[in-house]
Design a protein around this ligand. Sequence first.
Ligand code: DHE
Length: 517
Amino acid sequence: WCPSWMPAFAGMTMLLATPALATDVNRLYTETCAACHGADRLGAIGPALLPENLGRLKQAEAEKVVAEGRDATQMPAFKDQLSADQIKALVKLVYSPVPALPLWGAEEIKASHLEVTKAADLPAKPPFKADPLNLFTVVEGGDHHVSIVDGDHMKPLYRFQSRFALHGGAKYSPDGRFVYFASRDGWISKVDMWTGKLMAEIRAGINTRNVAVSDDGRFLMVGNVLPHTLVALDASDLSLMQVIPVEGDGKTSRVSAVYTAPPRHSFIVALRDLEEIWEIPYADDAAPVINGLAHSREKGLEEGIGPQGRFGALRIRTPDYLDDFFFDPGYERVMGASRDGKKGMVVDLDLKRKVADLDLGGMPHLGSGIVFKQGDRYLMATPHLKEAMVSIIDMTTWETVKRIPTLGPGFFMRGHENSPYAWVDVSMGKEKDAMQIIDTRTLEIVKTIRPAPGKLTRHVEFNRDGSKLLLSLSEKDGAVMVLDAKTFAEEKRLPMSAPIGKYNVWNKINYSSGTSH
Ligand code: DHE
């Protein structure tokens, strides 16, 4: 997408001052980096250079990027202009916090808004012969690209550059026509699945956690770490609707995550620095929320709060901070885990209080948990980021019914209504090439596969009918592997650059219990 609308900066390196002129690191930054990354390090055409945004890149790797440039991006190599010491000093600078919390309010958000393609210019029928609801979006972290894959023939249809460091699940419009991405830098992008064309973009924050789409497809809610805000966008063109400051009891908070709760027609938000869950109703007939409480329609009108286009948060007090959470099948309760990974809790969104404790340690990664039915009971399975196990929790009694030992701590789980198997990686441990397959009927690991020995392998997504699955070989010269869901045999490899998450349109828009929401 980007070259056509990004300001040209070819030849920029020619304008740089020679290193001899750079007397201190701040000046060196101004002369070398500011043109693309912003004088304030908040990003421009290049990503933001703040410790919060660079957390996953080791400093030594960052030095290599400055010296050698970054493939398939516009980041040039500086090794001929800068000494090793200067590169080290620059990297040290960008890994140190900026003195003041940067401002990124309504004005800055609005100014970043880009409308690239008009809906009227899109085809009325898919220009390919494949089920448009069986497409996959694949995020390729290696060179910051996205591929759209035809899930009937397992063939890539489009590949385009994305914003730097997309994170979290891609989210679809309810009809599956459009996909929304969030980058760690706060850019929200909307892309047409049928053509791969960028529709619109907006920068909703400086460091963003994730984005949720309302079940009616009208609104997006973005949760930020920097600044401490939630940002409501109009899903049609990504224009700004409202900036909601995340504050309470005299302090502000980072957002842990925001998801949509379809039957409630509301967004549910977990917070990192306030012991609260927020519920933000978005239905036109929702009771107006004033100061954290629901009020009558009359009171809302009195206060000048109309039924649409405004969002208020109902505040639910919790006994701990929540870092990650998961809904029960009815979206009445949330299972939450705190960052210290010591305990979990169940909060009833209607009773507005904690109703049970969860026996969960080792930093459960609830966001990538799955639900499956065993007889009459609903069971939830979650991997743990710090312990080599998968926990299975009964969603009625909230008891941990089994801890399944795995080869290492894992990141992602996936299942499908038409498959008895749940897939988990163990990529947070030493055996990063192994995928373990759990039979959900017996809660036993039935197979461990290593389709690419020694290589980082993780994140599964099933196709629409659950007969095939895609698995990421997440290395720079990596691939998406196509496997048979019954025999686990590999059928095909589609070369890709460090593919991470993959998202099937049908599974996502139908909120399949085996995929992330
Ligand atoms: Fe993620 C989803 C949090 C690190 C890849 N990750 C999510 C979501 C949250 C989250 C809250 C759900 C968002 C959504 O889908 O709307 N991730 C965190 C962390 O707190 C953590 C541990 C530390 C951090 O850096 O924020 C973290 N995540 C990572 C990675 O290091 C991964 C492997 C590589 C990367 O791209 O950063 C990673 N996270 C992912 C992916 C998803 C995700 C691929 C979507 C999974 C899905 O199937 O939906």
